[in-house]
Design a protein around this ligand. Structure first.
Ligand code: HEM
Length: 205
C-alpha cells in the first residue's frame, strides 16, 4: 500500500478501535477516557513512524525504510486524523460544551494542547504538493521540524510521567526515547556505504 489510501485505512482503523472501545466499555465517561487513551496510542504509532522515517532510512537502507520514507507525509496525516478523533473525544467527554471544557482543563493544558493542535493543523494543510510549494522549502522545514519536536515534547511529558508511576507505560516511553535517539545519534554512514561497493558484492557472491 502506498500514498493517500494509507490515510483512508488509518482512518478506518482508528474509527474501528474507538467503536470497539465504546461498544465494549460503553459511551459514558470510562469508555470515552479509554478511547482517549487508545487514540493517544494510535497517534503515537503514526507520529513515531513519520518522526523516524528519514533517520531509519539513513541507517538501514531497505525496502521497508524506503516505504516509510516515501509515505511519511501520509503517516503524518494519519497521525493528524487520529489526533482529530482524540479532539472529538475530548469534547465528547465535556458534553460538547466550551464552558465545561474550560472548567475541566487548566489554562496551561489548554494553551499547550491548543498550540499542539495549531501545529497539527498547519502541518496537515501543508502536507500536500500545492500547499508545500506555496509555503516554500525553508518555511516548510521550519514548520515541520518545530512542530514535530513540540509534539514529541507533549507526548513525552505525558508518557514519561506515567512511566515513572507504572511499568505498563515503559513501552510508550521507550518508543519516544528511541525515536529521539535515532534522530540524534550519528548514523553509521561508512558501514552502510560499504555494502554498495562492488568489492563487497564480489565477496558476497
Ligand atoms: C487541550 C488539548 C488536550 C486535552 C484536553 C487532552 C485530554 C486528554 C484526556 C482527558 C485524556 C485521558 C486521560 C485519562 O483519563 O486517562 C488524554 C490522554 C492522553 N493524551 Fe490528550 N488531550 C489534549 C491534547 C493532547 C495532545 C496534543 C497530545 C499529544 C500530542 C495528547 C496526548 C495524550 C496522551 C499521551 C494521553 C495518555 C494516554 C494514556 O494514558 O495511555 N493529548 N488526553
Amino acid at each position: 500500500m502506498n500514498g493517500w489510501p494509507i490515510v483512508g485505512w488509518a482512518t478506518f482503523a482508528v474509527a474501528a478501535v474507538v467503536a470497539a472501545v465504546l461498544g465494549i466499555v460503553g459511551a459514558g465517561e470510562p469508555g470515552i477516557r479509554m478511547a482517549l487513551r487508545a487514540t493517544a496510542r494510535t497517534s503515537l504509532a503514526f507520529f513515531a513512524l513519520a518522526f523516524v522515517a528519514s533517520a531509519l532510512r539513513r541507517r538501514w537502507p531497505s525496502d521497508a525504510t524506503a516505504w516509510l520514507m516515501r509515505n511519511r507525509r501520509q503517516l503524518g496525516v494519519s497521525f493528524a486524523v487520529s489526533h482529530f478523533v482524540h479532539l472529538l473525544l475530548i469534547f465528547a467527554l465535556v458534553g460538547w460544551s466550551w464552558a465545561a471544557f474550560r472548567a475541566a482543563t487548566p489554562t496551561e493544558t489548554r494553551v499547550m494542547g491548543g498550540l499542539a493542535y495549531g501545529f497539527i493543523a498547519l502541518m496537515t494543510v501543508t502536507s500536500f504538493d500545492v500547499t508545500a510549494a506555496w509555503l516554500g522549502p525553508r518555511a516548510w522545514r521550519l514548520l515541520h521540524v518545530a512542530g514535530a519536536y513540540y509534539l514529541w515534547i507533549i507526548f513525552a511529558q505525558n508518557y514519561f510521567a506515567q512511566a515513572a508511576r507504572s511499568v505498563f507505560y515503559w513501552p510508550y516511553a521507550a518508543v519516544l526515547a528511541s525515536a529521539m535517539a535515532l534522530r540524534w545519534l550519528p548514523a553509521p554512514r561508512a558501514a552502510g556505504a560499504r555494502v554498495d561497493l562492488p568489492r563487497s558484492r564480489a565477496v558476497r557472491s
